[in-house]
Write a protein of this length. Structure first.
Lengths: 120, 521
């Protein structure tokens, strides 16, 4: 897998950048998609982009804990204001992909070379 | 032994992770190894979530021992009727509200057990549950290994070994798969990029010019003197403006600010001499890995690039970076924040496109020299790693007591010597000085918030007696090798191959001229 900057990721996904965190130059080289907190906890890393339906404050707390640089929500669903505020406070980049989890992961795996699919 | 305790409240899902976050701060301050931190956080988070999901209230208590973290999480709750069942993956009694938030996958207790070195669970139905676990830890090995920004494109490599020989810290090896960089040694300088004839080694990230979106573009001064005798820095700035960059800044104000602050510091310095001014990030990496004893002599300010980033943090800004170290310092998660990064290659091309065909001033008119000696006499300026290494060696030996301040740059001629630029550093540097207006705006130096950390560097093993043993083995093997430093094996020297072999990074068979087994005994 190759490392890609979050700006490249956002571009490849056609994703909307909701919060910029400390900047889109931060690089990721893993993607993990899932909706279970326990899975996300174990699979997250400072180089992981988390793709999830879970647009919640606990998720943002988890991202902060595990130093996850960016989260991508799916299906074009705008996160709630309190989620955006939590992301801003912690410097987490939030993206909203216009497509669902599987298509999002498909595009990401094309971008990153090969993908590691998670349960969702 | 230190103890810390945090209360937990049932039903408040938004708070799950709050106590674990506090635990993380403790572990980081202790300087515990990252693997242990990760395991401890996963286990603690799951234990905390269990209390919030199932109980009315509870506490998380942490005991920090010399080699181990002990955590006890006790709650007042319904208790667990069947512990064996609760420890089975996928079994959960979490309410719907928790499941909707992604909790209650039935992974909690198994995950605590998996991520700890000792685990116990006691529960009384109707009273509550007590989970205890321990995670063994050790000090984080020799400081940090920092990500580097040298990109390797193995397919382009023609196996010439120039990079292996050029690396001033012997961090490059040529493997069967192409060039490989030992990250713990790499200081992110541009020496390997500079000698690579095919572009197999380059700067990570994109090299296209930034989209023009009204943001600030920060360019190194060296970028403005790449267009021959008749194009002044002001003309180059105008070219950038014609390309659509309305707000272009150079790093000069921040360099001036740092120069002044470092000089002030050097004058007031009563500690060991000399003070080292933090200009070049690659030099700072070198100090942190090769000369950790000198780290305390580095003036506690951000580099000009970091200070510029800090100052421009609130607006969209793109930075033209001239080397891997600059790039790393802008993308580092510990630094003052990342920014958009631009390698100069294509920008230079675009600028040239605008500059060609413009009415040229006569050379006479352009080169009206302004005398601008910028460094005070007590500052020792050294550029190029060959010299920088020797200066730092002398400083480490305490032999530079007559020098108040050091200004060191990894590339020849400072950033003018970046391999990504076209003009010779001597010529470009001369033009920059000739055209310099002398004094200009000064941005005050930014004090360093987080201390610069020692890098692992060349240290063989955190355990001294083990390191001594390894050193002996390496020396013995190195003496048995031919000693021609031919680099045929892919390592720069016989000594380096010996170290690679002893540390398990390479096979002795890599040396085509190796002695037969008997001679090694």
């Amino acid at each position: 897998m190759v490392a890609k900057s979050l700006s490249e990721v956002a571009e490849a996904l056609g994703a909307r950048v909701v919060t910029r965190g400390s900047g889109l130059a931060v690089e990721i080289d893993r993607v993990y998609a899932g909706d279970r907190i326990s899975d996300l906890l174990e699979r997250s890393s400072p180089r992981t982009l988390v793709v999830t339906n879970l647009a919640s404050r606990p998720l943002l707390r988890l991202a902060d804990l595990m130093d996850v640089p960016a989260i991508c929500f799916v299906d074009g669903k705008e996160p709630e204001a309190e989620v955006i505020a939590a992301a801003q406070a912690r410097g987490t980049v939030l993206l909203v992909s216009p497509v669902g989890v599987s298509e999002t992961c498909g595009r990401l795996s094309r971008l990153l070379g090969e993908g590691e699919g998670g349960r969702s | 032994m230190t103890v810390a305790e945090w209360p937990l409240v049932g039903g408040v899902y938004d708070d799950v992770g709050r106590a674990t976050r506090a635990l993380k701060e403790h572990l980081k301050r202790l300087g515990v190894d990252v693997g242990a931190i990760r395991r401890a956080l996963i286990a603690a988070y799951e234990a905390e979530a269990n209390v919030v999901i199932h109980a009315r209230r509870g506490t998380m208590r942490c005991y920090f021992g010399p080699g181990q973290l002990d955590v006890e999480v006790e709650d007042e709750g319904p208790g667990i009727p069947d512990i064996d069942l609760a420890l089975r993956e996928g079994f959960s009694t979490a309410p719907l509200a928790a499941r909707e938030l992604g909790f209650g996958a039935g992974m909690g207790l198994p995950s605590i057990r998996r991520n700890s070195d000792r685990f116990s669970l006691q529960s009384t139905v109707g009273r509550g549950t007590r989970v205890a676990f321990s995670v063994r830890y050790r000090p984080q090995e020799g400081g940090v290994v920092v990500g580097h920004s040298v990109a390797v494109e193995a397919a382009r490599c023609q196996r010439c070994r120039r990079c292996v020989r050029a690396c001033p810290v012997q961090a490059v090896r040529l493997r069967d798969s192409g060039p490989s960089i030992l990250e713990h040694l790499c200081i992110d300088c541009a020496a390997c990029l500079a000698v690579c004839p095919t572009g197999a080694l380059g700067l990570r990230g994109r090299s296209d010019a930034p989209a023009v979106d009204g943001g600030t573009l920060v360019v190194p001064d060296a970028l403005l003197v790449q267009f021959g005798a008749a194009v002044r820095p002001a003309d180059a700035l105008a070219a950038l403006e014609r390309l659509g960059h309305r707000d272009v800044r150079t790093l000069e104000p921040w360099e001036r600010g740092l120069r002044a602050a470092a000089a002030e510091r050097a004058r007031a310095n009563s500690g060991p001499r000399p003070v080292i001014a933090p200009f070049c990030p690659a030099v700072l990496n070198l100090v942190a890995s090769r000369f950790p004893g000198l780290l305390a002599q580095v003036a506690p300010f951000l580099t000009p690039l970091e200070a510029a980033r800090r100052a421009l943090q609130t607006r969209p800004a793109a930075f033209v970076t001239l080397c891997p170290a600059q790039r790393s310092s802008l993308t580092s998660t510990t630094g003052p924040g990342a920014a958009e990064l631009v390698a100069p290659t294509s920008l230079l091309r675009e600028m040239l496109g605008v500059l060609v065909g413009r009415p040229r001033p006569t050379v006479d008119e352009a080169a009206s020299p302004v005398a601008a000696p910028t460094t005070a006499p007590a500052v020792l300026v050294a550029t190029g790693l060959r010299h920088v290494l020797r200066v730092l060696d002398e400083a480490e030996n305490g032999a530079l007591g007559d020098v108040l301040l050091l200004e060191l740059w990894a590339c020849d001629g400072g950033c003018f010597g970046s391999p990504l630029l076209r003009e010779d550093p001597a010529i470009a540097g001369h033009r920059a000085r000739t055209w310099s207006v002398g004094d200009g705006p000064v941005a005050p130096a930014e004090p360093l918030a987080v201390e610069r950390q020692v890098r692992r560097g060349v240290r063989l093993d955190p355990d001294l007696s083990r390191a001594v043993q390894l050193l002996g083995e390496i020396d013995r093997l190195a003496r048995a090798l031919p000693g021609r430093d031919c680099a045929d094996c892919g390592a720069p020297t016989c000594q380096a191959l010996a170290e690679d072999v002893v540390l398990g990074r390479a096979m002795l068979a890599a040396c085509p001229h190796r002695p037969v087994e008997e001679e090694l005994r």
